[in-house]
Design a protein around this ligand. Structure first.
Ligand code: C2E
Ligand code: CA
Ligand code: CA
Length: 541
């Protein structure tokens, strides 16, 4: 019907006077662009895009005619025509037994002001008897600017009727984050064209942090305008597998789209994260919310991080956390850092074991690890951090954790100093009434003090301690079970043991004590034992 010689862009005037004919004679038609899962290669949905073919001037593109229709209050009818085309098409497919996917239609920001847009869409859907899950509505961020309440209203109405709402062109506006926080959308469409250029540089960092954030909002992201494998792979690498763009397909005509539906496997969009089940998601990111205030000011030193594939990334830390650990970074600088980078192999394993235990038991798990931190004053420094870890959400193999921490370095050092002085004291105790010995936990070797050797005839090294002291009668058999159990406790890291035992052939009461020495990772190394003769007045106590 078109004369190719006269094909050209129509003028505003021509468009306005042509509009009603276009709607009434079916010159407005749809093309469809698939939305794909880049990982599985399956189709997850499609977007209906408006086209207009004038009998004389040929194909007209939406960027040329939609602004004119919007200006002249005509876009509403055009959008409904697109919606009706979608329903008609889906009805045909369903009737022919062709599997279908959800198709989204674009809602102009001018439709927001037209109060019965929602009702009209619902009316058309019902007329064609299309299940509501097959129609999605795309709204743009810019529709909300200046009319947040109207927008929220429209979204609520769609939700009440069971429609999914997608946020189109996310990232293009000035207040993306605020919009996201306030509008309850089901899918976010991130336009690569707005942010592209260098996915390796700033653009990439912005995209990655947007994707990171949308995860905590529990909202799937579709990257649009993806033209190259490089872009698609980058999106995949930051955890966004849903893709729409020329890489997979240009917008195609109905017949071709129908063939694709027949050929390609489909799959539903899934919310990748069910992580935020215990935190109200929108409020979590709102700097003014009660949740944020609690986290920042009421909680002790705390961090929220994700755990996946032996990677631990901070999502949020409060000021107290940074101070407690003694770090030199701002909360913002910490986001995305891998905690395991500050741990050596032993401590990494220890922490990962604790996280896995917290996952399995769903209970709070305590873990102490040595971390290397850079502090302003001391440069690189080792700190011992005790964390109470609790899993607060999961999605597939990704877990969200809440950690309350305490820096126990000073405590541990004090204890070490104490153990050290005790050791010196005991080993030097050739004095009065004390016998002392050193017990090596891993080898069960005991080395006595000179006095033990001289007075009691204990050899310089006793293997398989404490069995021999019962064999020789130095310790009474009544205490066998108890004393054997002590040595098991020492191996498990008990810090101090103390009781009265009657020793030697004469069964004289001695106060027997152990103090354990640990390595820097908290593993028990040695225990220093002593037996002190109880003087009469102590005995009476
Ligand atoms: P949009 O909703 O963001 O649609 C995506 C646009 O990006 C489409 O342009 C699509 O053809 C194009 N595109 C898809 N993949 C790629 C890619 O890999 N690279 C590049 N550079 N572009 C890609 P189109 O069809 O020209 O539509 C332009 C805009 O017109 C749409 O942007 C939407 O805002 C508006 N529009 C289209 N159909 C409708 C409609 O039915 N109603 C309303 N209100 N607006 C519509
Ligand atoms: Ca769109
Ligand atoms: Ca878009």
């Amino acid at each position: 019907m078109s004369d190719s010689n006269s094909q050209r862009k129509m003028t505003e005037q021509e468009l306005v006077s042509y509009f009603f004919d276009a709607v009434n004679y079916g010159h407005i038609y749809n093309v469809y662009q698939p939305k794909m899962n880049h990982v599985t290669g399956r189709m997850i949905g499609a977007e209906a895009l408006m086209r207009m073919k004038h009998p004389l001037y040929g194909l007209q593109m939406p960027s040329d005619f939609i602004p004119v229709f919007e200006k002249n209050d005509m876009v509403f009818s055009a959008d409904l025509a697109v919606c009706e085309n979608v329903c008609k098409f889906l009805r045909k497919c369903i009737d022919e037994g062709i599997p279908v996917v959800p198709v989204s239609v674009n809602m102009s920001r001018y439709d927001v002001y037209n109060h019965d847009y929602v009702e009209q869409v619902e009316c058309i859907r019902k007329e064609y008897d299309i299940p509501v899950e097959y129609i999605h509505i795309e709204i743009t961020e810019t529709s909300a600017i200046g009319g947040m309440e109207l927008m929220t209203d429209v979204i609520d109405k769609f939700h009440e009727l069971g429609y999914k709402v997608e946020m189109d062109d996310f990232g293009s506006g000035y207040s993306s984050l605020n919009v996201l926080k306030d509008l309850d959308v089901d899918v976010i469409k991130l336009d690569m064209n707005f942010l592209s250029g260098d996915i390796g540089g700033r653009g990439g960092a912005i995209i990655s942090s947007i994707v990171q954030m949308t995860k905590w909002l529990n909202t799937p992201v579709v990257a649009e305008g993806v033209e190259t494998n490089e872009q698609a792979d980058y999106m995949k690498s930051i955890g966004c597998n849903y893709i729409q763009g020329y890489l997979y397909s240009k917008p195609i005509e109905e017949a071709e789209f129908k063939e694709k539906l027949k050929k390609l496997d489909h799959e539903p969009v899934v919310t990748e994260n069910e992580l935020m089940h215990s935190i109200k998601s929108g409020r979590f990111w709102d700097p003014q919310s009660v949740e944020t205030l609690l986290f920042n000011y009421m909680a002790g030193p705390a961090a929220i991080f994700t755990f996946k594939d032996k990677k631990i990334e901070f999502v949020r830390v409060n000021e107290k956390y940074i101070r407690e650990i003694g770090m030199n970074l701002t909360a913002k600088e910490m986001l995305g850092l891998d905690l395991l980078d500050s741990l050596d192999e032993f401590n990494s394993k220890k922490l990962i074991d604790a996280l896995n235990k917290a996952i399995i038991t769903e209970e709070e798990v305590t873990c102490e690890v040595w971390r290397t931190v850079c502090s302003k004053i001391c440069g690189e420094e080792k700190v011992l951090i005790r964390s109470e870890l609790r899993m607060i959400g999961r999605a597939g193999d990704q877990y969200l954790f809440y950690a309350m921490v305490r820096n126990i370095t000073a405590e541990r050092r004090r204890f070490e100093a104490l153990a050290d002085s005790e050791k010196k004291f005991r080993m030097a105790s050739e004095n009065n009434n004390t016998y002392a010995w050193e017990y090596e936990i891993s080898t069960k070797k005991m080395r006595p003090c000179l006095r033990c050797m001289r007075d009691l005839g204990v050899p310089a090294v006793v293997e398989n301690y404490p069995q021999p002291v019962f064999d020789s009668g130095l310790f009474p058999m009544d205490y066998y079970d108890m004393y054997m159990d002590w040595h098991r406790q020492l191996a498990q890291g008990v810090e101090h043991l103390e009781t009265v035992i009657p020793l030697t052939a004469e069964r004289i009461p001695f106060r027997v004590m152990y103090t354990t020495e640990f390595d820097e990772n908290g593993r028990p190394l040695k225990a220093y034992g002593s037996a002190t003769l109880i003087v009469k007045d102590e005995e009476q106590k």
